[in-house]
Design a protein around this ligand. Sequence first.
Ligand SMILES: Cc1cc2nc3c(=O)[nH]c(=O)nc-3n(C[C@H](O)[C@H](O)[C@H](O)COP(=O)(O)OP(=O)(O)OC[C@H]3O[C@@H](n4cnc5c(N)ncnc54)[C@H](O)[C@@H]3O)c2cc1C
Length: 541
Amino acid sequence: MRPDAPAVLTRRACLGAAGLLLAGCRGPSAEAPDWTARWVGTDLERGHRLRDHGLPPASLPARRCGVLVLGGGVAGLTAARRLIQAGVDDVHLLELEDSAGGNARGHEVGGQPCPLGAHYLPLPGPSAREVQALLEELGLLRRKNGRWVADERHLCHSPQERLFYDGAWVEGLLPPAEAGSARLAQYRRLSQQVSNARQHLGFALPSHRARWTADHAALDGQTFAAWLDAQGFHDPGLRWYLDYCCRDDYGADSRRVSAWAGLHYFASRHGFHAPGDDAAEREPVLTWPEGNAWITRRMASAIGSDRLHGGQTVLQVRSDRGPQAGVQVLAWDEALGAARSWSAQAAVLALPAHVATRVWADAPKALTALAAATPTAPWLVANLRLKAPLLERVGAEPAWDNVPFGSPGLGYVDAGHQDLRPDRPRMLLTAYRALPEGERGALLTQSAHAWAQRLVDELSSLHPDLPQRLAEVHLMRYGHAMAIPAPGLRGHPARPALRQLGGRLQWAHADLAGCSVFEEACAAGAEAAERCLRALGRPAR
Ligand SMILES: Cc1cc2nc3c(=O)[nH]c(=O)nc-3n(C[C@H](O)[C@H](O)[C@H](O)COP(=O)(O)OP(=O)(O)OC[C@H]3O[C@@H](n4cnc5c(N)ncnc54)[C@H](O)[C@@H]3O)c2cc1C
């Protein structure tokens, strides 16, 4: 515990304090709160322009360029970077929001940086070569004696994670298991099965760089929950943890995602380690106060403001064949309130599948089929600024990631965790919530305040004094945050076809993998750029 940290609330004292709070104000929700809440980060009008309005005439002067990249998330930024590296000078990128980054954008509350979405990146494995190259260029990785070494300043500082379990904080996220307990035996058996799956089946990130066999397809054909049941993994603590992992990476729990996705989560990265294993320490991850926006902002600035155009909603994309082969794009300029047509020799459409099918006139059948088969998860990300540090419960010290056991929420991350000042108070918390698909509509109909109240109520189980210490909440809502890797989705026959599309209009997005992580988006962008270069007859450098 830091010497200057706020008074520690012991378990007994905390229960007493909670009782006082309850007696004094009849529960956190009962009194008019002394905090404000508002939506930030996205303009719903823009996203829904495609759905709600017809195609406007192009009244702004037309523009021409070499290659257009449409969408400025990780996939689009990677595609633009690859094209520029290959010597295509007149690359232009159109992005709907005012700033690029997509699900990996950053924000500020009260002058403090924080994420709006993605907040960490595990050290890339051998298959994620584009990510390795990017991180090397950004100075985050360097080669030493033939191995990658990360710049420690950007690795998540210790303590990384803690779990609020049975009234106290414990280190790590796995529910505690006593020596000789049935739970520990289940942890060990799962660890062995994940290790066997890694060795004998093969998993990689990006996932298409591992082989795909009938055994993978059999896992893909069932839910993770059904597989766990069949394997006799019934311990409630283990099952909660696995559900938590699925919700954290895939936006849905083990009853919704495939057994392939459940195993892939562990087998493609760090494995699953029972307490006491040699490798039980969690793999280090790269993280920053503003989350993965630390990376996307640097990628955007390398492209340059003269080539990266924010506030441009792509409405329609057409590819022309024949001697005039090229791509025509109609985009709405949000600042000027009018549409412009762009023509380019080639384009990378770096938009989510459901948007790409809507704007791509004559979209390939494979894309339409994949979009129709892909369920998506709504998400809520809330940055909570405090007026004063929170009191602490007994147990493990405050960590970067702080998770309540048994909760449907994902807990919170301390946005200031990487700040090395010893006297730094914890004043900005980022709470994440993957929502059931049935709650998508409520993101539009319920107020920011109502959603913030739900989160505050949830987090008050960890910190009963939260309602009194809260100053403001900034909420970002995602109607379709990420693809859920439901059964059958990884093995969907459209996927290989989309990775081999010919022609000058290519699609790149994490949705192509059906699994929304940085490595997938990066690979999708780089590979789509390569296909564009081939279609243009330009040698890759
Ligand atoms: C809440 C949340 C937390 C996450 N946390 C992590 C994490 O910690 N680590 C991790 O690796 N991954 C995380 N992810 C996954 C994340 O989605 C991927 O890592 C990656 O950022 C996806 O990039 P993308 O380019 O494929 O997609 P997107 O980020 O969806 O990019 C698509 C872009 O297209 C733009 N666009 C959409 N429609 C139009 C249009 N009509 N015209 C122009 N532009 C348009 C969007 O604004 C966006 O910028 C998280 C996702 C969410 C939602």
